[in-house]
Design a protein around this ligand. Structure first.
Ligand code: YOG
Length: 135
């Protein structure tokens, strides 16, 4: 049973968010804004339904899903694409494949040293983020 991802998390560090955003086709002015934001993650689970919220002072992004059940994801406010997404557990990692126009796209969350880790990847670019628990 993997450690619970649930809680409220504040970003500690981020690498290659710029490369990930370029891979998503985000324009330079939006990338400048995004790089300055302090992101929070709120992860909640009710029965078999998860909600993941990415919060910032500029914009929020949230969606809900069930593990092992494909769903339609619209990345509203991010790159505004439609994906067929699927979240599964791979060992202690919650992994999501986002099938759509962008190749080799997805993310993985896991707990390591009481921190929440996130890898976001798209077309050969990987952004790595670490969050500390705040609630
Ligand atoms: O997380 O998909 O937890 O969805 C990563 C930056 C910035 C403006 C945020 C908004 C994506 C737009 C989503 C930032 C950069 C810049 C706050 C990460 C794209 C566009 C919303 C993400 C997964 C896993 C859950």
């Amino acid at each position: 049973m993997p450690a619970s991802l649930c809680g409220t998390w504040e970003i500690l560090n981020s690498t290659n968010l710029e490369g990930y955003m370029i891979a998503l086709g985000i324009g330079s002015s939006m990338r400048k804004i995004a790089l300055k934001l302090k992101q929070h993650k709120v992860i909640e689970q009710v029965n078999d339904k998860y909600v993941i919220k990415t919060l910032s002072t500029f914009r929020n992004y949230a969606f809900s899903f069930r593990v092992d059940e494909e769903f339609d994801e619209h990345t509203k406010g991010l790159d505004n694409r439609n994906c067929k997404s699927l979240v599964t557990w791979k060992g202690n990692r919650m992994v999501c494949i986002q099938n759509g126009e962008k190749k080799n796209r997805g993310w993985a969350h896991w707990i390591e040293d009481d921190k929440l880790h996130l890898e976001l990847y798209c077309e050969g670019q990987t952004c790595k983020q670490v969050f500390k628990r705040v609630a």
